[in-house]
Design a protein around this ligand. Sequence first.
Ligand code: KG4
Ligand code: ZN
Length: 367
Amino acid sequence: MRLLGIETSCDETAAAIVERDGASGPASGHGGGHANGHAGHGTILSNIVRSQLDEHAPSGGVVPELAARAHVSHLDHIIARASAEAGVPLGDLDGIAATAGPGLIGGVLVGLTTAKALAAALGKPLIAVNHLEAHALTARLTDGLRFPYLLLLVSGGHSQFVLVRGVGDYQRWGTTIDDALGEAFDKVAKLLDLGVPGGPEVELRARLGDPKRFRFPRPLLKEDRLDFSFSGLKTAVRLAAEAIAPLTKEDVADICAGFQLAVTDIVTHRATSALGRFRAELPTVAPVLVVAGGVAANQAIGAGLRQVAAETGARLVVPPIALCTDNGAMVAWAGAERLALGETDGLDFSAKARWPLDSADMGRRHG
Ligand code: KG4
Ligand code: ZN
């Protein structure tokens, strides 16, 4: 089956066509029967992403109204390009998938409404995809993973551990109680007057800095929970910067290095605990940790997670970075996984600004 995937929930306008073949549907019919289901084999036929960085750069953050307007201006021709590059006319598709939330509601509406119009005009099934589910299932497209596995999603909007038990079957083990990790990188970059997006800028400076000069706090680390908190750390960075202003290049590098070491410590500590819980709750399953989201591009955090995997005997899976950040292929793939289970949505499906992965809605098709 071939699906179009549309992604417009934040500041990327994206469309892709993905083909899925191989084992389809649940292995057996009884409760959670798809829990070990084969991923099937996926091929990305096209994957077009247009970033809105330039539109939002002057304001130093994503402006929802500008984002929605840019999606309106560009989505049609991005879908046309995805179709042309894949060599698949829209009429030959087996389904239309679009992110239906969570995200900036104006943008989500643009993508979902376009998908509904295409589905209605072409007479194809619509699959309304949860953006987090798309991130969660990407490793099955790239690495053919079987369920269950542990997902660490670290992006500009989310920082969470999720046990991925099956399509539509997720259990959130921890989340951030304030800022997302990518957001913390972006805010630190902003207060140091670095460019956007902040993560890569901070990482670049951190490489040249002394991570020991500033000792920033590691919030919540003493607590026995899998949640994150980054806002106190961000404040500590601001206070340190203010105390020694004006900052030299070396000061900036040292602050970035100290911040990056603190978040690496936090993430690796939490990942170790999460893998411990995985082993305790699923003693017969070889533990797999999947990392997704833009922060997965950070090499210091990646190295820390590789070490955690080595120490705990877990397998670490990091999809190619272009598939870790927002893209249409992950949406098409999530749509294909649902369609393979016979799950489609009505044209009256409502866009959702909030849509937690482990909400009742996620399992709605499984009763
Ligand atoms: O997944 P993503 O592309 O978009 C969403 O937020 O959904 O993630 C973007 C986030 C931004 O906050 C960006 O600063 C962060 O990922 N990021 C990084 C790096 N590259 C991107 N953070 C740290 N280090 C990086 N190399
Ligand atoms: Zn995302």
